[in-house]
Design a protein around this ligand. Structure first.
Ligand SMILES: Cc1ncc(COP(=O)(O)O)c(C=O)c1O
Length: 361
């Protein structure tokens, strides 16, 4: 099977550092944690980075930081993985779904403006499949309305708009290091912030509520343990060192696919001119008349893994039942988009030929 993604990390790269950790006996809160944290902050250009067990726990912390809870509304991009909205629901707040562009798959500014209310407490913008197109415009609207912007950049480590990296644009940015992401630690996540008071609060909250003076803990708040262990941080450090070259190669693969698939009517997820995408997931809108689900099944019979683009959140069973849903760009994209394999070990010609054979019957 040609896999959707292959991890950019081998055992050979980590074994010496793994041995150091086993020899030292420090499996958590060791030097690799600080090294990975610092390398994320430096890479994205943020003042503070914090590691977590996943993007889901990072997003959970983002909402806690903003004190989002019952009676509050959070405006959220409607085309994403359900974790994006689950954390809002879990906080006791009401998600307000904002429709997305058919081109970039990202929150439409006019939708955000339409959905603002006196109850809006925060805005959660998703870099759909790694693409941050339009986030600066969304940020402008948030600033005009005095609202904090959370960026769900689960898919977007290394992406940028106007030469500013995701992680240094929104008030709070959350990343995922799940194995479907191009930088993986098995499971894992991170939050980045520039505001020092956010940084101070996260330091305490992510340490069980403890503030440290002369090495002594004082529990000044209640808190959490969402720590990422040192072994996993080694994996992260090795990949962040080569992230730029990984992204270059993924963009080349994207261009090759575009050249072959555009003539067949497949249209790639669009990027604004000033955007560099990490091409986390390579997603195309399939032509009208092509049954996307049948295409996925037929590709799998030819040994090519593929999947839907991502989900229309308001159309998933739980949220549809609770909040109702309407026909939208997001629901169209959920039906009409396909994710194709993207990594260095690919026979793109074989994949394109397979698609051609299936589509032309
Ligand atoms: C946009 C988005 N947000 C959040 C998540 C959740 O990430 P994690 O599995 O690290 O919790 C994902 C996972 O795929 C995602 O794609």
């Amino acid at each position: 099977m040609i896999r959707l993604i292959k991890p950019y990390i081998s055992f050979a790269e980590v074994q010496d550092d793994f041995k150091n950790i086993f020899d030292s006996g420090y499996f958590t809160k060791g030097s690799y944690v600080d090294q990975f944290r610092n390398s994320i902050a430096e890479y994205v250009g943020a003042r503070h980075a914090f590691l977590t067990t996943s993007a889901t726990t990072a997003l959970t912390m983002a909402l806690k930081l903003l004190d989002v809870g019952s009676g509050d509304e959070v405006i959220v991009s409607d085309f994403s993985f359900p974790a994006t909205v689950n954390v809002i629901e879990d906080a006791g707040a009401t998600p307000v779904f904002a429709d997305v562009s058919l081109n970039t798959f990202n929150m439409l500014p006019e939708e955000l403006e339409r959905k603002l209310s006196a109850k809006t407490k925060a805005v959660m913008f998703v870099d759909a499949l790694g693409n941050p197109s339009g986030i600066h415009r969304i940020k402008e609207i948030c600033t005009e309305n005095n609202l904090p912007l959370i960026e769900d950049a689960a898919c977007a480590i290394g992406s940028s708009e106007f030469n500013v990296k995701c992680g240094n644009i929104a008030d709070i940015t959350c990343f995922s290091f799940h194995p479907r992401k191009l930088l993986t630690t098995g499971e894992g996540g991170a939050l980045t912030v520039n505001d020092d008071s956010f940084g101070q609060t996260l330091n305490i909250k992510l340490n069980h509520g403890a503030s440290f003076h002369d090495g002594k803990a004082e529990f000044v708040d209640y808190g959490y343990n969402y720590r990422l262990p040192d072994l996993q941080c080694v994996m992260g450090i090795k990949q962040i060192e080569k992230l730029n070259s990984i992204i270059l190669s993924r963009n080349e693969i994207r261009n090759q696919y575009i050249e072959s698939l555009n003539p067949m009517g497949f249209v790639e997820q669009k990027l604004h001119n000033n955007v560099e995408s990490n091409v986390q997931s390579l997603v195309f809108t399939v032509p009208e008349g092509v049954n996307r689900d049948a295409l996925i099944i037929q590709l799998s019979k030819k040994g090519v893994e593929s999947t839907l683009g991502t989900y229309c959140l308001s159309n998933t069973t739980y949220y549809r039942k609770k909040y109702n849903s309407v026909q939208s760009n997001a629901s169209y994209l959920e039906q009409q988009t396909i994710t194709l394999p993207c990594h260095d070990d690919l026979d793109i010609d074989y994949i394109v030929e397979s698609i051609e054979q299936i589509v032309n019957g």
